[in-house]
Design a protein around this ligand. Sequence first.
Ligand SMILES: Cc1ncc(C[n+]2csc(CCOP(=O)(O)OP(=O)(O)O)c2C)c(N)n1
Length: 695
Amino acid sequence: MGVELAAAATVSPEQRHRAGIAYANPLAGNPGKPRFAATVRRADGSSLDVADPVATRVLLALMNMDATLGGAACHFGGPAAFAELMSSVHGIMFSAADWRVAFNFANDAGHTENGVYALKANYGFAGVEIKDLRQFRSITSKLTGHGESHLFPEGVMISNGPLGSSLPIAQGLAMADRLANNDRATICTISDGAMMEGEAKEAVSAIAGLAAKDLVNPFVLIISDNNTKLSGRIDADSFSMQPYFASLAAQGWEVVTCANGNDLQQAFTAVETAIAKATGDRRKPVALWAKTIKGFGVAATVKSASGGHGYPLTKGDQLRAFAEEAYGKKLDGIYEEWCKDIETAWAEKQAKAAANAAAGAAPAPVTPAVKKDKIQSGFPKAMIAAADQGLPVVSVSADLAGSTGVAPFRAKYPQLSFEVGVAEANMVSAAAGFSKMGYIPVVDTFVQFGVTKGALPICMANLSQSPVIAVFTHTGFQDAADGASHQGLMYLAMTAAIPHVVQYCPASAEEAEWAMGEAIQRFAAARKAGKTPDTVLFFCGRENFPVTLKGADETYAFGRAMTVADTTKDRKLSVVISANGALVAAAMKAAEKLAAEGVGAIVLNNATPNRPDLLAHRQALVRCGNRLVTVEDHQAIGGAGAMLVTALVEQGLTPKVKVLGVKGEFGQSAYTADELYKKHGIGVDGIVAAAKALA
Ligand SMILES: Cc1ncc(C[n+]2csc(CCOP(=O)(O)OP(=O)(O)O)c2C)c(N)n1
């Protein structure tokens, strides 16, 4: 007989509570009044100054321009849609005696966090000043691409970015508050796309169900419903979320609606009502279902299919018109100063470039410029070729097909392309169903979401003899600007041990095209032979790389580590550099630098980390005095280097080795991946130093 279990709700309320361990709350206390304020009317007839949402949008335009000119991609549409609701939430929170005692706040629409930064700077909250917004997304700033409490603990309670992951943590905050018998409400803001995630849907059910048993403190979920996700309109691209929102009431939520979440007074009244209802009856959590307009404030962003999801400007001289439209009048005060500053710097840069060109300052290169492209561009070419040939390739996507590069296949073969919405676990599992039925499914998303949300679905796919092919892009620091939450640094470790998974990290567009073609052909051949194909997970970076790294006499072969550079001739001392994906090109540069210093190198493209080519490594090590540097855009623990070294040692080889990778830390935002490679010692100079240390 097992122990008889009693549900927490059955314990008498007096005996139910226990305090958590008291530790210092790093969150900053209440700020003063916002510098740019708008006045709203409270339910009791009094007025309150909140952060002006128009200021949020103008500041967004300005800070995004700085970051974009620095090289970082940014968001505009989502935070513009959320501005009125965020102003209302913060206005109410900050009017409590100590907001931290009265409220928890979690933002589960991480791409809108820059709007929250703008709002915080408007208040001077947590020491953030408006001038700090100029460093947004740079390596020196705590204002990272999405909210990160590891770098900004005084401003961010729960880190965000991966959609649907903050709401369940907010659920835990409210449950803990109930257990501790605190008098605090939890507010969570979320976008309609994030509500498509399974994690969010689990929390939606659990919060209402557990609240009904009095196990959750007052909870307010604020939904920005603009029927737009990253790649386009939600209902047109995938399926409408309206029935789901309508189901919230049946699931036990008190639903407050707001017909125009971009009208400040309407938004404020709705938020105030929602909080009052939730705190009035904690057994009934409140969902504020607010209609918003993505990209609100600028006609072109409102009109675009994605609602201006990414920041649309690329040139400093485009800023003024955009910012003035968002402001509704001519820029003035600090807006004008900031804009002028950007315009001046932009004009100087243009003038310099023009002068250089006129003076012939950039002489024609002796060798022709190397053609570059994103690695991912090769995948759809191979998918199209296979479908043209009659193979049953299908694409199952989760809102990122434009970013992962498979969009050209989807454009050519819409009837073979499916969009499940922002739901990576569902994407992989649904693809497994296609696989079982004889199709060759290709899924795609950013690596961080594919391996974290997709890990169990990949296991179950393989356990059901229903393998898939995956295009997982934006590996590691290649997604520099988005910050730690988006920087997949453990994808190899997380998937290497899943039975029947082959990992493939192409280093160029040409290799990606070849490898995808090969993976599809092998998949088809295995099925035709009555065997179960392997699941092939493709991992690739984001930036542009040489379109080919193949030597003239080389050929691609699945599982073979190609030699992409060999500078050992006539050199007494040499090393093997084993790299994959985004770092192959860096390893080749390092080999050039080492050669200039008299050290030779054989650079191997270790493209299949969990099936390393031991023969190629063994042969190269023999020629390089058994010296090995491995380098990867990944944690050193469980990465390609670790897998390679284990396999070599098992074969009786004990190379002198340096395993370069990230050493157990999270990343952060930076304008470019190179800045982060340098910081973590895995860039060109890090490879050179490691090689020299082995000499
Ligand atoms: C788990 C996860 N998958 C994918 C993404 C990439 N992504 C960022 S925003 C976004 C969708 C944007 O739409 P929505 O959530 O509705 O926000 P809104 O349009 O209202 O700003 C996606 C797919 C992500 N951040 N997290």
